[in-house]
Design a protein around this ligand. Structure first.
Ligand code: AP5
Length: 218
């Protein structure tokens, strides 16, 4: 039976950081809607160009476009054991759509982990974030620095600051999160699937809490 885990939280909470580690540990596919948009943009696709118009402003990409993209990704072979969803769903319509998609694969959301971090901390995290050009590996100037300045530890590609990590866009992204995505916490709580994690701990300790909840050996 495939396992599907949703990682919820505001921009900069650590969704990408934890999802990548968790996916590796549990041998599940990592499905990040943000990464998929950035990959499309890098490849110059129509979808990438459309998404970029919204991402630059810190707004959400329309539901139909996002749902279609995630649905395509879910049909790839590496999702056979299940997947970790990072940054998807972000609206109630996306959450409903995800439930229907998974039902087609004979599954359902098994857990929704909400990473709790206050807004002030998010701003500092995003201002210092460094992202790897080639594969999206995530670092932080202070909290998770690369071994060599400006170079990714994993693939050696250069590190850059995401354009949507500029202060003004970050503020908008946080507002959009509170308006449109935060209600999903209640959505999954009502389904009895929500696990809330204190995201103000070290990266390692957040992972320990997630694994403990999932009853997986650390
Ligand atoms: P997306 O790429 O998903 O961005 P986001 O949700 O805003 O989240 P981030 O990637 O910014 O942060 P994160 O929580 O993954 O934190 P990270 O691990 O990097 O989306 C970008 C845009 O695409 C959206 O604004 C929207 O326009 C569009 N989009 C995407 N999905 C969509 C959808 N479903 N519907 C519509 N539109 C969509 O960590 C952040 C930093 O903190 C890093 O530097 C990291 O090293 C550091 N850090 C992590 N954990 C810790 C810790 N415990 N302690 C200290 N530092 C830490």
């Amino acid at each position: 039976m495939p396992v599907y885990i949703v990682i919820l939280g505001p921009p900069g909470a650590g969704k990408g950081t934890q999802s990548r580690k968790l996916a590796k540990k549990l041998k599940l596919a990592h499905i990040s809607s943000g990464d998929l948009f950035r990959e499309n943009l890098k490849n110059g696709t129509k979808l990438g160009k459309l998404a970029d118009e919204y991402i630059r402003k810190g707004e959400l990409v329309p539901d139909d476009v996002t749902i279609g993209m995630v649905s395509d990704r879910l049909s790839q072979k590496d999702t056979v054991n299940g997947a970790i969803f990072d940054g998807f769903p972000r609206t109630p319509a996306q959450a409903e759509a995800l439930g229907k998609m998974l039902a087609e694969f004979g599954g359902e959301v098994n857990m929704a982990a909400y990473i709790r971090v206050p807004d002030e901390e998010l701003i500092e995290r995003l201002a210092g974030r460094l992202t790897c050009r080639e594969n999206g590996h995530i670092f932080h100037r202070k909290y998770n620095p690369p071994k060599e300045t400006g170079r990714c530890d994993y693939d050696g590609s250069d590190l850059y600051q995401r354009e949507d990590d500029q202060a003004e866009t970050v503020k908008r992204r946080i507002d959009v999160y509170h308006e449109q995505t935060r209600p999903l916490k209640e959505y999954y709580q009502k389904l009895g699937l929500l696990f809330e994690v204190n995201g103000e701990q070290s990266i390692e300790d957040v992972m320990v809490d997630l694994l403990e909840y999932l009853s997986v050996e650390k």
